[in-house]
Design a protein around this ligand. Structure first.
Ligand SMILES: NCCCC[C@H](NC(=O)CCCN)C(=O)O
Length: 427
């Protein structure tokens, strides 16, 4: 074995040992987040718990609480790993928001644990070696509001990702996969304003905002038949009136519009908008159409990082899914997509010991189950090992960066040319 390969194996082993050593307190961390689910932008206890973890339970971290957002944080360590060489900045992202009514049904408590664990592992490995070709800075970014709003996008607008060379996070799922297609998404709130009236005595005096909402719902359901099979339109009626004998004067709907790539979003948005407005026209209501402040985009893939992660995962015993349907069908969306256009990174998925599906009560149970711990820490080890691969081989890091630049240029060109085809398959 050449000297570098020997050092790499030793450092990867060291990262794994550190993660195992911290297993109990990492479990406590995710349990505390799991048992107190908090919604987007309101993850106060999770924020405080993570800040305490890095400032009190762990040594050597510089912690910025309320970093850029009230419930975001940043913990940094380094530069370490030697006195010479460029500083390479590696970040691990933690999410920790839950879903209304069903708690941690997307397992973001485990995302927080993976991010914290991987950072501990990488720091320990780097601390032990003065032979690295680069100096290393390890950053943990606590990124709120993935389930609603897109905290990472807010943080990007505030330059929170500036200066990072590579970013990692991992998301709980039903299987291990270095990449699964995430779709672009733009959320919209539609408000209808009508006129109240006694629904039995003088209904002709009213303007029915619920009729507008129902027509809007039906228009969109009809539109769904004419859109591409991998586009998604789904929504709820948030306000549907207050009493059967009052003609509803106000209704509100919330819809998520999704397409495989960011370039297709304007098409679905303009089609949906015709549905919103025609319902208003048919009923005589006024309509307000409010698109969300942040639009989630598809993930810009990085084949080099994906391959390294897969190799490390396999070395740790992961069996990656080969199910073509899972590998090609779009799933949900993530604000990591936006990050992936700013910094090279990966967002692999990991099995948590259960076949339960995300966004169900069963998944909430699975995300809090002790059984998930083995898989969560194994994922953290694979991420730390992947970081070590690129830190020990500057040529690999350069390849990661070149690939990122090329993929981004290609996507930007497609977007500029108005091509609305799937553009994220740059692997
Ligand atoms: N509408 C706000 C964003 C919703 C994001 C949410 N994300 C996930 O479920 C994570 C899946 C990662 N593929 C979604 O509904 O897609």
């Amino acid at each position: 074995m050449c000297e570098r390969a020997g050092l790499l194996a030793e450092l990867k082993h060291g990262a794994g040992c550190r993660i195992d050593e911290a297993a109990e307190k990492l479990h406590r961390l995710s349990q505390d987040i799991w048992s107190c689910p908090e919604l987007a932008y309101d993850e106060r206890k999770a924020h405080d718990r993570l800040v305490a973890f890095f400032s009190q339970e762990e040594e050597g971290w510089k912690v910025d609480s309320h970093f850029k957002l009230d419930t975001a944080f940043r913990a940094t360590w380094g530069p370490g790993g030697g006195d010479e060489g460029d500083v390479v900045s590696v970040a691990f992202l933690c999410e920790y928001d839950a879903l209304p009514g069903i708690g941690h049904a997307c397992g973001h408590n485990l995302i927080a644990e993976v991010g914290a664990a991987a950072a501990l592992g990488l720091k320990a490995a780097v601390e032990k070696s003065s032979k690295l070709p680069v100096r290393v800075q390890v950053t943990v970014l606590g990124t709120p509001a993935e389930e609603d709003g897109g905290g990472k996008i807010d943080m990007m607008k505030e330059d929170a990702f500036k200066g990072l060379d590579v970013v990692f996070m991992a998301h709980p799922s039903q299987e291990d996969a270095p990449y699964l297609p995430c779709v672009a998404e733009h959320d919209v709130t539609v408000k209808y304003h009508g006129k109240a009236s006694h629904a039995s005595a003088y209904p002709w005096e009213g303007i029915n905002a619920l009729d507008a909402a129902v027509l809007c719902y039906n228009n969109l359901s009809v539109l769904r038949q004419q859109i591409k099979p991998d586009w998604r339109i789904h929504g709820i009626i948030k306000h549907g009136g207050v009493k059967p004998n009052i003609i509803p004067a106000y209704t509100e709907l919330e819809y998520y519009l999704r397409t495989p790539s960011r370039g297709e979003l304007p098409v679905i948005k303009s089609k949906a908008e015709m549905c919103f407005r025609s319902a208003a026209m048919a009923t005589g209501c006024e309509v307000e159409v409010e698109f969300a402040k942040n639009m989630f985009v598809n993930i810009l893939r990085n084949a080099t990082l994906e391959e390294l992660y897969e190799k490390n995962g396999k070395d740790l015993g992961m069996e990656f899914t080969t199910d073509e349907e899972v590998l090609t069908n779009g799933s949900g969306s993530t604000d990591f997509g936006n990050v992936s256009f700013a910094v090279p990174g990966i967002h692999p998925y990991f099995y948590i010991g259960s076949d339960a599906l995300n966004h169900t009560e069963e998944y909430t149970v699975a995300a809090g189950d002790e059984k998930a711990q083995f898989y969560t820490l194994r994922t953290a080890k694979a991420l730390a090992m992947t970081a070590l691969d690129v830190l020990l081989r500057p040529d690999l890091l350069q390849r990661v960066k070149d690939e990122f630049t090329e993929a981004k240029l290609k996507e930007d060109r497609l977007l500029k040319d108005g091509q609305t085809d799937r553009t994220s398959k740059n692997k």
